[in-house]
Design a protein around this ligand. Structure first.
Ligand code: SF4
Length: 345
């Protein structure tokens, strides 16, 4: 239905007119020329995180690091501290790395093309297209999860996600307009976020309802089809809460890997069975199990942690006064540990 070019034009015009009326007022969407730094920051934060969760982080981050120079000059720990709680910490590390590359190799100015942006740390095809279109007005095809859902329904794509991704990208490219590509990308994102929503799409207020093949077939709630995901495995481990004179031992995780560079309490590897209690303990003490377990879900696994408390010296890391612990910027799982133990004190 949408393959003919006049239909594509009709689609683009309707989407843009709808956007002019209904666009979401978001802090990174200031009217007029858009600052690539702000567009980039928002797009990185929005990967895997909901808009409502991102807004307070975005505003606080921007207050602390108002431009690329400030971010590039900040120590990594400070950046990760501001990122704490947002999850997917490789984004925070790459953000910092990317700021340094732009500052040192591009004299502080973002490259303006998709190809140039793609060479930067942490910038993949989606983010490169989004910055090129939104900040620089380049004709780039932006496809995020929301847009995939809209297109799957609009074209009634039978192939399940994620196998259908290349097809969706081609369909998206066939619709991308020459004029206002940035507004068009944000319009589709908004349509996916507010009208073509995952569970009960609001087709009755959709500006392209009559063009939608999924709706015409009565399949709008079934689409997009998805391959079944294998169940998440469960991993387990111990946390060692070591106290000495009102201070608690905290260390940093290795830079590479899960929660890389973030502060943590000493812990065992997270595996499919518990190791011996003293195998990874920071000190050979009489460890006492502390109340109920901590559970946390990462993208690829569930985690169950048993917390053990001990008093004494040992281990390597920093000794942090209990009342200062929550200022460290723990990732969510370690924050849960700290809140639990402190509440039981
Ligand atoms: Fe989505 Fe319904 Fe609009 Fe189709 S008509 S694009 S299913 S909201």
């Amino acid at each position: 239905m949408l393959k003919k070019s006049n239909k594509s034009e009709q689609f683009q015009n309707r989407i843009l007119a709808w956007f002019d009326r209904e666009r979401r007022d978001l802090p990174w969407r200031k009217k007029g020329k858009r600052d690539p730094y702000r567009v980039w920051l928002a797009e990185i934060m929005l990967q895997q995180t909901q808009v409502t969760a991102v807004i307070p982080y975005y505003l606080k981050f921007l207050e602390r690091f108002p431009d690329i120079k400030t971010l590039a000059q900040a120590p990594l720990e400070e950046v990760l501290q501001a990122w704490a709680g947002l999850g997917y910490y490789s984004r925070g590390r790459n953000l910092h790395k990317c700021a340094r590359v732009i500052e040192n190799e591009y004299a502080g100015a973002f490259p303006e093309t998709e190809a140039g942006l793609l060479t930067l740390p942490g910038i993949g095809p989606y983010t490169a297209a989004a910055i090129a279109a939104i900040a620089f007005g380049g004709k780039a095809t932006v496809v995020d999860g929301n847009i995939e859902r809209v297109l799957s329904r609009l074209f009634r794509v039978k192939k399940p996600l994620p196998k259908s991704k290349p097809d969706l990208k081609k369909l998206a490219a066939s619709l991308t307009p020459d004029k206002r590509p940035g507004d068009y990308a944000e319009a589709l994102m908004d349509l996916g976020a507010t009208v073509c929503i995952p569970k009960n799409p609001r087709c009755e207020i959709c500006p392209v309802e009559d063009l939608c093949q999924g709706r015409a077939a009565g399949e709008e709630k079934l689409l997009p089809y998805r391959e079944k995901k294998p169940p998440r495995p469960t991993r387990v481990g111990y946390i060692y809460w070591l106290e000495n004179d009102g201070k608690v031992l905290v260390r940093r995780r290795p830079l590479k890997g899960l929660l890389g560079g973030m502060p943590e309490f000493p812990t065992t590897p997270w595996d499919n069975k518990f190791p011996g209690l003293l195998d990874h303990a920071p000190a050979n003490l009489n460890w006492q199990e502390c109340g109920s377990e901590i559970t946390h879900t990462f993208t690829h696994f569930h985690l169950i942690l048993k917390v053990f408390k001990g008093n004494g010296n040992g281990g390597s890391g920093d000794w942090v006064a209990k009342e200062k612990l929550m200022e460290l910027g723990f990732p969510s799982v370690m924050k849960k540990v700290a809140e639990k133990v402190l509440s039981e004190d």
